[in-house]
Design a protein. Structure first.
Length: 511
């Protein structure tokens, strides 16, 4: 085993928990049973509350509970970015039945918590003695009372977190390369020199923070400055794929959408480069009915050019059993909603990441509806056969043609070992492993060096996370041999791809 690698791994594991300081359990927690009834404003005085201990559990199938606590900023958190961090005991990031929670800050729906989003920012620069009510509208779909409600309040140390990601992303990328690859050897050496500068002996002391600063400055100069441009770009779009009807009651889909879209907006405030796309007008209509204020905020983000409404169809429907008339109406009503209700741009993409099977009439229906581009991942979900193209022109029964793109996001594998199955994902993690994997799995490298990924947890997992956005920022800077990432709307990606392909075709024909 490579001792430098092991040392870097140990340093990263030691540094991660130090991104928080002074974490202490919240003072008394209260619980009250809830129902599907909720509003964007919450008055806690209307409920009967009972004290809820740290060793007590809650949960059950399709159940709601309210929790509340009061927090007062203590002197040791003065000036800090204060966060509430929740642990419900859930560990499986893909479990759609994990507790999912709306956070009410002084009576206003302000944030969301779930397995993948455990932090709520209470104050960016907290004042000593400031006091707030935090209430939580919690949904459980577990088989029994298996969840905790362990809430801790503490400081988030942004400089430590910055250094952590500055180290972790190039480490992960270099670690995927072969052991004799100079990019790995040189990379590990520089990262190790940065780690040497960290004073781990007295965490969160003055000396510690000075050492963090020094290590990060060193890294910025020795690693990130003037890196050679990677010729491959992975265009990245934030996404949360929500199955409108699946393993939970339909009315829960409404809440899953509200929570996920709230999470997107909150992260957009802190990551100005973050772009997000959601299809399925039905989801937006749910939000309009459930949370009209949130709906207005989404419209603002669409206007700002940060939120993309694409995908054309009202839902992402089955395309084998549905009639042609039904598919046409999906597009008609879908586009009408996007254009009229959201003043979104005119759709050009049919976005069906998770649909099993595609009628050969689709190109004709698309063309006659003014749609030029088709995207899915599901053709990759085959145990035995690999579909041989990821970028191609799909010709339908009547000869209509649409430019088609299959997202190729998958974990990178070393030594070109054949991986199990060919499946790719629309729930990308936006880490080096999957960004390098997106390019590795892409089968048309001869025609394009611009590929697409969409990242974020779906089905109530809340979409992209802070971690994904932090990782993406580093990958924009050409780390190791990881393709460069760029936040791009899906439609813009297709325009770029089409332009490249047109140029290639022209030069092939000697024009
Ligand atoms: Zn789905």
């Amino acid at each position: 085993m490579n001792p430098i690698r092991n040392r870097l791994l140990a340093a990263l594991e030691a540094l991660k928990p130090l991104c928080y300081s002074n974490l202490k359990p919240a003072e008394e927690m209260w619980i009250s049973p809830g129902s599907y009834e909720w509003k964007e404003e919450f008055d806690s005085s209307i409920l009967n509350w009972e004290s809820f201990g740290r060793d007590e559990t809650w949960g059950g199938s399709d159940r709601h509970y309210w929790f509340k606590t009061r927090i007062t900023v203590p002197s040791d958190l003065k000036g800090a970015q204060v966060r509430a961090v929740l642990n419900t005991g859930a560990t499986d990031i893909w479990n759609t039945d994990n507790p999912q929670i709306m956070v009410f800050f002084d009576g206003k729906h302000s944030g969301t918590m779930d397995m993948n989003h455990q932090d709520f920012i209470v104050a960016d620069h907290a004042k000593e003695g400031e006091t707030h009510e935090l209430a939580f509208y919690a949904y459980s779909n577990s088989s029994g009372r298996t969840n905790f409600f362990h809430l801790e309040i503490g400081a988030y140390e942004e400089e430590v977190a910055k250094l952590y990601y500055d180290l972790a992303v190039p480490f992960e990328a270099a670690d995927l390369l072969e052991d004799d690859d100079l990019e790995q050897i040189e990379g590990f050496k520089v990262l190790s020199e940065a780690v040497n500068r960290i004073d781990f002996t007295r965490p969160h002391s003055k000396q510690f923070f000075a050492s963090i600063k020094e290590a990060d400055e060193f890294l910025m100069n020795a690693y990130y400055k003037d890196r050679p441009e990677n010729p491959v770009t992975v265009h990245s779009i934030g996404h949360t794929h929500i199955d409108v009807a699946w393993k939970w009651p339909l009315k829960q889909t409404r809440q899953k959408t509200v929570r996920s879209f709230r999470t997107v907006l909150n992260l957009m405030e802190r990551y100005p480069e973050y772009k997000f796309m959601s299809s399925q007008p039905q989801l937006y209509e749910f939000v309009k009915e459930e949370a009209p204020e949130l709906f207005e905020e989404i419209k603002e983000k669409i206007k700002e050019g940060r939120w993309e409404t694409e995908g054309a169809m009202w839902l992402e429907p089955d395309c084998n059993l549905a009639s042609g008339e039904s598919l046409v109406r999906h597009i008609l009503y879908g586009r009408r909603f996007f254009e009229k209700e959201l003043s979104g741009s005119v759709n050009e993409v049919l976005w069906l990441p998770d649909v099993f099977g595609y009628s050969a009439a689709i190109p004709q229906i698309m063309k006659q509806s003014g749609l030029s581009y088709f995207m899915t991942t599901k053709l990759g979900w085959n145990e035995y056969n690999q579909f041989p193209y990821d970028t191609f022109v799909w010709r339908g029964i009547d000869g209509s043609e649409v430019l088609t793109y299959l997202i190729s996001t998958k974990d990178y594998y070393k030594n070109c070992q054949p991986s199990k199955g060919y499946s790719t994902t629309y729930n990308g993690r936006q880490n080096p492993k999957q960004i390098m994997g997106t390019w590795q799995r892409f089968q048309n490298k001869d025609v394009s060096r611009e590929v697409l990924t969409c990242y974020g947890y779906g089905d109530g997992g809340g979409g992209p996370t802070e971690e994904m956005l932090e990782q993406s920022r580093r990958m924009e800077l050409n780390v190791a041999r990881c393709p460069k990432t760029e936040q791009t709307f899906v439609k813009d990606f297709f325009h770029k791809l089409e332009e490249k392909l047109d140029k290639k075709a022209a030069s092939c024909m000697g024009r």
